[in-house]
Design a protein. Structure first.
Length: 543
């Protein structure tokens, strides 16, 4: 789940052997051929395969192969037909009427129609679904009305400009109504019961190892952003789960894998120089990896404490060291490749340890204990960062450790506390933490509403990690969501970014890129607007 400046910028390519923009791999190499198997290895396995429920990026990436959407988002921020051939928006912005394709069939033989759209949207918002993101993404959904078998009108409680973007994501992908009726409780596990109309079928899943997808031979309704029509070229797509970087890199180097995801930054240049391999890179839009400071309790209920911690962290130096110069430091909660990114915040909060000392002194943390940490009234300035090791990449742990070292230099003790997912979620939801950190991919700047609107509570599927309650930010975000005027939206989102930085609600850390190592036999692996790998247009050579 990202925009970039008032005008959608092209992805920034790292200077490697080759680079890519959304929707094209830059691989070339002759005419595509049908047949063969492509193996893609990534680092994390979804805990939930149902995107109506899970907020995880990896769930969206994997299930994109199975679930189609009503519309597709293009690189320039426009929307193209997919399962919907056309749509009209009412003058008040509260009704969207979609005319649907009449030739689409789910892989269980059920025809796609307006009733299927209604069944899926109603399911997303149903309390029993327990959606952790899609229900938030759908915004002020009120109802879907079936006008005829191939016309559906979606009614909203209020105008909601990000609605088409929301519909373009995997999280609002369309399941077969039969699958929803008969297997709703089984969709989380991943397998043949996850039935969509997409270019692939989820044939099998071996937990902890892989998911196998086979071609849908009837597929003939690709989105307007695709490079070809008809069925996918690949007979089979195998997605393997290899959490260890060395294992994943070794697999693509030896030919056991055709594409390796999430390359260690320190190995990118050497991989790009290997015969038979190339590296594709797409700067990730959305929310950059940031530290969210809990403003509802001490010490970060004080602005000075937030600004002090930020001033003590040299994000430019840490980013360069941890990522071997492949990533750049972040200045805003939004990635530069996201529409509505505000470049005016760049270089507005440089590394200033002297300023951190001044602010901490001003807050009364002037004492020092035997370990060199600041104290006030006999209490140490001690804060804790919570994280889940299973979902924290090694490089991020290294980054967190470097932040810990930086804060130690100004007398602040940061403890990195690992928790399993089951323990982490309730603690996070009730706000019993000082700092949490995360990134969130996407090409829609309304992600700022997800992380900074006071109504976007963690316990309800939102992601307001800083627990911000700022009426001015709420008003800007509400106005931005209600207008389709791109310039007006960009201006409002810029105001949000500037105030977030001014108040120190979060500490943006680094801007990541999605980097894939691709063997020469794998062609036309692409990226979507969220920098997620796409395989519909991919094919393999006979070698």
């Amino acid at each position: 789940m990202r925009l970039r400046g008032p005008i959608l910028a092209l992805a920034v390519c790292v200077l490697l052997a080759s680079c890519s923009t959304a929707g094209a791999s830059g691989s070339g190499g002759g005419a595509p051929r049908a047949g063969g198997t492509l193996t893609f290895t990534t680092d994390i396995e979804p805990d939930v395969f149902d995107p109506h429920v899970s907020p995880a990026d990896i769930t969206g990436v994997i299930m994109r192969n199975v679930l189609d959407s009503l519309v597709a988002e293009d690189r320039d921020g426009s929307f193209k037909p997919w399962l919907a051939t056309s749509w009209k928006i009412s003058p008040d912005g509260r009704s969207y009427t979609f005319r649907l394709r009449e030739d689409v069939t789910f892989t269980d033989g059920t025809p796609f129609d307006a009733a299927a759209v209604k069944a899926n949207l109603d399911r997303v918002v149903a309390p029993a679904t327990k959606s952790r993101y899609a229900a938030v993404l759908i915004g002020p959904y009120q109802s879907a009305e079936v006008a005829d078998p191939h016309t559906v009108t979606v009614r909203l409680k209020r105008p909601y400009a990000p609605f088409l973007h929301a519909l373009s994501t995997t999280y609002l992908g369309i399941y077969s109504p039969k699958a929803l009726r008969e297997h709703a409780a089984d969709l989380a596990a991943g397998g043949p019961q996850n039935v969509g109309s997409g270019p692939f079928l989820l044939a099998s899943r071996v937990k902890g190892q892989q998911a196998v997808f086979t071609r849908n031979p009837a597929y003939d309704w690709a989105p307007g952003t695709a490079r070809h029509r008809g069925p996918a070229y690949l007979d089979k797509l195998v997605i393997g789960f290899l959490p260890e970087n060395a294992t994943r890199v070794g697999a693509v180097g030896s030919g056991q894998s055709d594409v390796a995801d999430f390359l260690p930054a320190g190995q990118v240049r050497s991989l790009a120089g290997r015969p038979g391999l190339r590296v594709l890179s797409h700067e990730s839009p959305g929310l950059v990896y940031s530290y969210y400071l809990n403003t509802e309790r001490p010490p970060f209920d004080r602005r000075e404490a937030r600004l002090a911690v930020r001033a003590a962290i040299d994000t430019a130096l840490i980013t360069k060291a941890v990522f071997a110069g492949q990533y750049r430091p972040a200045w805003s909660p939004l990635s530069p490749s996201t529409p509505a990114y505000d470049a005016t915040v760049e270089n507005t909060w440089p590394y200033r340890p002297g300023e951190a000392d001044r602010l901490l002194d001003g807050l009364g943390w002037t004492g020092r204990d035997t370990d060199g940490y600041r104290t006030k009234d006999g209490k140490r300035f001690a804060i804790t960062l919570l994280y889940v090791p299973a979902y924290t990449k090694a490089e991020r742990r290294t980054y967190d450790t470097a932040v810990q070292d930086a804060l130690r230099k100004v007398g602040v003790q940061l403890t990195l506390k690992p928790l399993d997912g089951a323990a982490y979620t309730p603690i996070r939801d009730r706000g019993d933490y000082d700092i949490i950190a995360f990134a969130w991919g996407g090409s829609e700047p309304d992600l700022l509403r997800t992380v900074f609107h006071s109504a976007s509570r963690l316990a309800d599927g939102g992601a307001n990690g800083a627990r911000v309650h700022d009426p001015e930010i709420d008003a800007w975000l509400d106005r931005a969501a209600a207008t389709t005027d791109r310039a007006a939206r960009a201006d409002l989102y810029a105001k949000v970014q500037r105030k977030v930085i001014a108040e120190g609600y979060s500490v943006p850390a680094f801007v990541a890129s999605r980097q894939l190592a691709v063997r020469d036999r794998a062609r036309d692996v692409g990226f979507d607007t969220s920098a997620w790998p796409l395989f519909y247009d991919a094919w393999v050579t006979g070698r």
